[in-house]
Design a protein around this ligand. Sequence first.
Ligand code: ATP
Ligand code: MG
Length: 400
Amino acid sequence: MRIDVVVLHYNEIALKLGHRPMFVARLVDNVRAALAGLGVARVHHASGRILVELGGCDAGSVLQRLAVVPGIANCLPLERLPADLDALDSAVDEALEDWRPQGSFAVSVRRADKRFPMPSPQIAARVGARIVARTGARVDLGRPDCTVQVLVLFGEILLGFERVEGCGGLPVSTGGRLLLLLSGGIDSPVAGLRMQRRGARIEALHFHSVPYLSAASQDKARQLAGVIARGQQTVRLWMVPFGDAQAQIVAAVPRPLRVVLYRRMMMRIASGVGYKCKARALVTGESLGQVASQTLSNMVLIERASTMPVLRPLVGMDKLEISRYADREGCFEISILPDQDCCTLFVPRHPATAADEQRVLEAEALLDVAGIVEACRDSASAEIIEATWPAAGSRRAAMV
Ligand code: ATP
Ligand code: MG
């Protein structure tokens, strides 16, 4: 079957009443940006949906990109026909040469052009009867396994047999800018994706310990930023050398307190970079109780060093849920590559799980905190990371 048009539906935006035109206009812009370079003829808004006119370009690549554009609920790849029932009949017959319903099916008809001579239920019955006659498939209007889509627009009918789920949420850049603390681990890229899907535009910051450790964590951060960039085309990635700061902490601070001090130092530096890039808040991949630095009392103590609000979208999720999400999005396989994360440098075997605030403040008084923060912030360098895509044919990673 030929695909001429992909119709996009949004759901959450539809609830936004007075702000809806702004959200829809942003989504149209974002869709255009996501499809740039693929040769799409036109993207426009009509009758409460967004239409992508393919102009002969590859539908598979278009769908792969649309599946991760925040704000899209689902995509219908459709063939364009004249507004004529005979044309609809023969297009259904032709499609049935290489398509069969897998299990039961239903026909969904939406008629934007109310002047079309046949009402929707009759069109659905006509198409359904044709499919039953040729395939013997079972109709189930309640819980069909697949749904044939018919859209009657002004002067044309669109017909399709597939529905690709989008990632939902709200369009990027309707929710402000956030700075994501991106390690090479499993959690932080998921935290970034989740905030991106609430409409935030993400910048990322990675602390590394080169030359104390290898540059492997930087490579992973770049690859993970490439996954996050799929939803917003590019991500600015800040690289901050953190090894000297850690060396100074190690020289002055008792072992059990070091992790909390590293983290507090990271928060101060990230806040500084956050102001520089006009972020409204920081985002981390912390989840309650996951490791020693993420007990409630340590998280609170760590956050106190930040001068920006800290968002933790994963705080109530467990590792299995986070890993599944990472797998679906195609970042799990990057996160589990071996690296040398800066948090493994000089880490004590038994970090304090409830560090005492007074002792932490006393330990910090032994350090030139302002000098360390300034040196790290000034040596931060920014890279622009472009979206990377799974190889053609492996749409799985981008599909849910
Ligand atoms: P992950 O590394 O995926 O987040 P984790 O369980 O290893 O998971 P921690 O190492 O305790 O988590 O880090 C908690 C959070 O602190 C991370 O989610 C991330 O937001 C931030 N963070 C940790 N290490 C770094 C780093 N090297 N660069 C930037 N942010 C970091
Ligand atoms: Mg980590």
